[in-house]
Design a binder for this molecule. Structure first.
Ligand SMILES: *Cc1c(COP(=O)(O)O)cnc(C)c1O
Length: 409
């Protein structure tokens, strides 16, 4: 008789985006003439950079000729891309990594979710709250989250991030083994300074814990004191894995590519007492369960690091961040308090006093036909906030802010 992984039955239905879609559809049906502007979903809208498109075309042509055709590639990723990564994303920040510490993947979601494969199910996890749901759900699947009761998982340590603590999480008070940090943060758009991140690294080193650091929004950082990589912090190579993604950096949400850094220094003690290299273990896992990202996509990713690629990618990021600035200004003008939007394409908006996340979501939908994401959908500490994204078109962004001013002024 077949049994199933019962942990999957514990997963909560992802009510959030389904609920949003349903509310928007119902509104649209009752008001077919409404011009609805979506500032809710965390997906990019600008096309790929010309340098990326040219690289894709070239790679496709190579695949059509016997002499340049490529079959299975290295599970780790092609050397040309891993080299470009260490030389462009790390060396200029004074971080020395070997291409063997880079694992090219099909996006950061896969690896943030899969990394738990090589870690014991008895590890205690710690997350900031609100949070990108993948970290928790993948640990529910892995049997580390306990049971869901009263809006939280019994075995998960939550570090609340709200306006009261300037969105700076306190270190866990109970012992934890796996710490998920995402900075710049989705959903709050806030960051940790170098000094704050140092506290987490020294906590992890002291408690023999591992930090799983999601740097998906690193390319959006504009302020000098915000670390782009956890490896800017001394000692981090001995306690941290870092996830990168070209999705938000270069519009690869549909193309699929990213990478994970697993430093050779990073070891964990096995039950036998032996120190085990996570780099080797992850390599073993990938060689068995992953056969690499498409060659043409890795060529596309490499093109981001060419001089034209860098310039074009930056132009797109600047476009989104100008949207963010327009939104922050407009929201401030009508007296709403916002966070984020300076080093990340997300604006975290405090709802008016006494108004819940869903109530404010409904007001925005009904009064000005703008779709947001209720903060409480990202965790209990997100109640009383909504998330707006800067990934829309300039036109929609300006139109939405114009409507907001008319409504609230
Ligand atoms: C969008 C996003 C990612 C990227 O996921 P991909 O699978 O690379 O598209 C990773 N982490 C966070 C927090 C994100 O918001």
């Amino acid at each position: 008789m077949t049994t199933i992984n019962e942990n999957f039955l514990k997963l909560q239905k992802n009510y959030l985006f389904a609920d949003i879609a349903q509310k928007v559809a119902a509104y649209k049906e009752a008001h077919p003439e409404a011009n609805i502007i979506r500032l809710g979903i965390g997906d990019v809208t600008r096309p790929l950079a010309p340098a990326v498109i040219e690289a894709l075309h070239r790679a496709v042509d190579e695949m059509g000729h016997g002499e340049t055709f490529r079959g299975y590639g290295p599970e780790h990723g092609y050397e040309f891309l891993r080299r470009a990564i260490v030389e462009n994303d790390f060396a200029p920040r004074g971080i020395s990594l070997s291409p063997d510490e880079i694992f090219v993947n099909d996006g950061a979601k896969s690896d943030t979710g899969n990394f738990g494969d090589i870690l014991g199910t008895d590890n205690t996890i710690c997350v900031t709250d609100p949070i990108y749901p993948v970290y928790i759900d993948s640990n529910v699947m892995g049997g580390r989250a306990g049971d869901f009761a009263g809006g939280a998982w019994s075995k998960v340590n939550y570090c609340p991030c709200t306006a009261d603590n300037d969105f700076i999480p306190s270190l866990p008070t109970a012992p934890v083994d796996l710490i998920y940090l995402c900075y710049p943060n989705n959903p709050t758009g806030t960051t940790l300074s170098r000094q704050e991140l140092e506290k987490w690294v020294s906590y992890a080193l002291q408690h023999k814990a591992i930090i799983l650091y999601d740097a998906a929004y690193e390319a959006y950082i504009t302020e000098a004191d915000v670390p782009h990589s956890i490896y800017e912090i001394e000692g981090a190579k001995a306690c941290a894995v870092e996830f990168h993604s070209y999705s938000k950096t270069a519009g690869f949400t549909g193309l699929r590519c990213g990478y994970t850094v697993v430093p050779e220094q990073l070891t964990v003690t096995a039950a036998s007492g032996e120190r085990v290299s996570l780099n080797q273990l992850w390599n073993r896992r990938q060689c068995t369960k992953f056969n690499g990202t498409a060659y043409i996509v890795q060529r596309a990713a490499e093109a981001i690091y060419s001089p034209e690629g860098k310039k074009q990618v930056k132009e797109t990021i600047d476009y989104y961040m100008t949207n963010a600035a327009i939104m922050r200004e407009a929201l401030a003008e009508v007296g709403l308090k916002t966070y984020g939007g300076i080093n990340a394409p997300y604006i975290w908006l405090k709802t008016p006093e006494g108004v819940g996340s869903w109530d404010f979501f409904n007001s925005l939908l009904h009064e000005i036909n703008v779709v947001s994401t209720p903060g409480v959908g990202f965790g209990p500490a997100g109640e009383g906030y909504i998330r707006l994204t800067a990934f829309g078109t300039r036109e929609n962004c300006e139109e939405a802010m114009g409507r907001l001013k008319n409504w609230l002024k």
